[in-house]
Design a protein around this ligand. Structure first.
Ligand SMILES: O=C(O)C[C@H]1C=CC(=O)O1
Length: 94
């Protein structure tokens, strides 16, 4: 199942710099592992915003929820999920 996921990051301006650096490092490692695992096949920065648009490829709504709720930045993000279905005009879908 494919999902379009938009993540808007809102780190507190007064966040301790060491906590911030540690959280961002853990976020990067976690997201890159999911990308290597094929669960997170696309991630794009939205130009001019501390936001990304991503595609997740997972088995279920529950798996997506588990993956995104374990993101180290999860407490600091607004996340919008859109489930994707095959478009009838998609030439790849036959
Ligand atoms: O920077 C972001 O867009 C938030 C988050 C998503 C992956 C990652 O490494 O950080």
């Amino acid at each position: 199942m494919l999902f379009h996921v938009k993540m808007d990051v809102h780190l507190p301006p007064d966040m301790d710099p060491d906590v911030r650096a540690d959280t961002l490092a853990r976020e990067k490692a976690y997201s890159q592992q999911l990308q290597r695992d094929g669960k997170w096949p696309h991630i794009w920065r939205i130009t001019g915003q501390y936001s990304n648009v991503s595609i997740f490829d997972v088995a279920s709504n529950d798996e997506l929820h588990q993956l995104v709720s374990n993101l180290p930045l999860f407490p600091y993000m607004d996340i919008a999920v859109t489930p994707l279905a095959t478009h009838p005009s998609d030439v790849k879908a036959g």
